[in-house]
Ligand binder design. Structure first.
Ligand code: CDT
Length: 314
């Protein structure tokens, strides 16, 4: 038996600060139509796919950036995307900045199925960067100023004939992200990212951005027997160069499709969800081989404490 989901990764090139929501939604619709022509069941868009990556700019009062946030989904400017997806009979996963009625700000991913129903919502858990202005950097990464850490974890959802989960950008670097979903039987993980090539705290890592991007997603796929779709907003946006290299990764850890450009580009793959069982029921048969009873530190301890410092922490 095979359960095929044809997945599109709708990579975006840069979005300028001056671009309107309508401009961006038009680009998303072009990718959706390409996905429909290619027989996709779902097109996955990147993190913060409706605006420029605004956390690169400091504002004293965070409300100064509220125009980058969505207060409803769909709203008047995003409804054309929902309408076109429904007309095409195609699902999509959309990243955006969410401002809740209680004034909470999240970096959010929304999954919509082929019938226009919301399958699930995810709010970013691992928020990278810093809270305060750091003028020594060539550009800022103020996600920790503009977004709250979600405490909702990594839920999975039934959709597209399988078990689907989501994560956003920095979440993909943490093995716990995939394992928490793996323990819920995830078969398809959708991940959107904005990854600047320049990493100010340690520029030696700049040349490794592409390697680390694929390394963590391929490992997450293999170690949990799941498909992973990683989708970038790449290219040079407001003077900041970001990684592209969107990829669709099989449960074997192999990349089966990869973007060639740093611009708007759709890549697709026919993902057989039944392939997950080849890994989930053999090497990574969790119920048989995991040793949860000796993994206590994973949840008990946050930062690393080497043996010679343990005394000080008692
Ligand atoms: N958007 C996002 O999470 N980007 C981070 C950059 C880390 S450097 C502050 C990433 O992990 O790619």
């Amino acid at each position: 038996m095979t359960r095929i989901v044809t997945v599109g990764a709708g990579q975006l090139g840069p979005i300028a600060a001056a671009d309107s929501r309508a401009d961006v939604v038009e680009r998303l619709i072009v990718l959706l139509r390409q996905g429909a022509d290619a027989g996709c069941d779902v097109v996955v868009f990147p993190e913060l796919a409706l605006t420029t990556f605004f956390p690169r700019w400091y504002t004293e009062d965070i409300a100064g950036h509220d125009h980058y946030f969505e207060t409803e989904m769909p709203g008047p400017e995003t409804k054309p995307l929902f309408d076109e997806a429904l007309r095409l009979g195609i699902g999509f996963c959309l990243g955006y900045a969410e401002l809740t009625p209680d004034g909470e700000r999240f970096n959010t991913y929304l999954l919509v199925d082929q019938r226009g129903r919301i399958v699930g919502k995810f709010r970013k858990v691992h928020i990278p960067g810093h809270e305060d202005d750091e003028p020594w950097r060539p550009f800022q990464h103020l996600e920790r100023r503009y977004f709250q850490e979600s405490d909702e974890g990594f839920p999975v959802f039934l959709g597209f004939g399988g078990v689907v989960g989501m994560a956003l950008c920095n979440d993909r670097r943490w093995p716990e992200t995939y394992r928490v979903m793996g323990l819920q039987g995830v078969e398809l993980v959708m991940i959107g990212y904005n990854t600047p090539i320049h990493y100010a705290p340690d520029p030696a890592q700049n040349a490794l951005q592409g390697f680390h991007n694929h390394l963590c997603m391929q490992a997450g796929a293999y170690q949990n027997g799941t498909w992973v779709v990683g989708v970038a907003k790449g290219g040079t946006e407001e003077g900041v160069e970001s990684l592209a290299q969107s990829a669709i990764i099989a449960p074997s850890g192999q990349i089966v499709a990869q973007a060639l450009t740093t611009a708007d580009e759709l890549i697709t793959a026919r993902c057989d969800l039944d392939l997950c069982a080849n890994f989930k029921e053999t090497l990574f048969d969790f119920a048989r081989y995991r040793r949860a009873e000796v993994y206590g530190l994973i949840t008990e301890r946050k930062g690393a404490i080497p043996p010679h410092e343990e005394e000080a922490h008692r």
